[in-house]
Design a protein around this ligand. Structure first.
Ligand code: FES
Length: 67
């Protein structure tokens, strides 16, 4: 699904770049070689970044509890 209409960037594209440890909205656009325009997509991108990071945290907890 397209999240950023200005740049035709999908949620999958943002998820891939959000997997970088220093992911931020600005870094996501840079990693995709795009620049933000209107900003209407920022909330959705932020949600994607937070979801990716909470998935990592949960995986880390499981990993630690199994060790
Ligand atoms: S919809 Fe993403 S910058 Fe406009």
């Amino acid at each position: 699904m397209i999240i950023c209409n200005c740049n035709a960037i999908s949620d999958r594209d943002f998820k891939k770049v959000a997997e970088n440890s220093n992911a931020s909205i600005k870094n996501c656009f840079s990693a995709l070689g795009k620049k933000p325009n209107c900003g209407r997509c920022f909330t959705s991108i932020n949600d994607i970044i937070q979801n990716v990071h909470s998935e990592y945290e949960q995986a880390d907890k499981i990993k630690k509890s199994a060790a």
